[in-house]
Design a protein. Sequence first.
Length: 295
Amino acid sequence: MRNILVLFIFFFSLTMNSQELNCQVIINDDQVTGSNRQVFRTLETTISEFVNQKKWTNKTVKPQERINCAMNIIITKRDNNSFEGSIQIQSTRPVHGTSYQTPILNLRDNDFTFQYNEFDQFIYNPTTFDSNLISMITFYVYVILGADADTFALNGGETYYRQAENAMLQAQQSGLSAWANQVGVQNRFQLIDNLLSPNLKQYRTIQYNYHRNGFDLLSQNKTKAKQTIESNIISLDRLFNKVIGNPLIRTFFDAKSDEIVNLYSDGPNTRTKQRLLVVLQKISPNNSSKWRKIN
């Protein structure tokens, strides 16, 4: 009886301590000169604990339901406690009925500047601006949560995107350009502004249909699911025509280009495949070499 009680407490504790993200944080400091490398290892650990141990939502999340994601930070310059670099954000989610993890995000932010003193505490206050580093990490955590939720429920990520928007608005107090509304500049402001734009809401509908009514049904009816995926990719053409060079389209294909090519490596043909190829070449010409592999 005592052993059963101990086992119950262990699993209860494990469930209670399981937060929303299973995030791998890596800091690459190879480009920085100097002998003190420990500050980067401390920073790596601090960010990892902040992201993985903080409770970001009011949901109860089982360990196996945590979102698999990664934050790869490349530091290119250090001046005392000032750092410059870039960050790449990646996330995946499982496809129903398979062991496959479909990529959801593959974002790169080249304006990753911050100040940090070793052993600084990471505490996020949604009503004030304290640290550009904390604001950036928080912003991307909520973008990860929002993008993931949008693939399971139509506009399911709204609450999380609003939290990312709030982090952005608070961080504008820093005066840094990455948080500012700049015409034609792809930055954090533009990313969240587009994700929440009523004029571009079709993008989030496509994300839902592509995953929930497409990939999640591949194991049941591959022909029908593949046609759904194809139709939703073609629908991106309407967004392209609304705003030429829309960064959301690039965001989509940065995550999905390889997956789309792999989808057409085998399996049944679809009735609009040729239309798909025309649209892909039009709206994502940077991936032309990949699209030529689809036959």
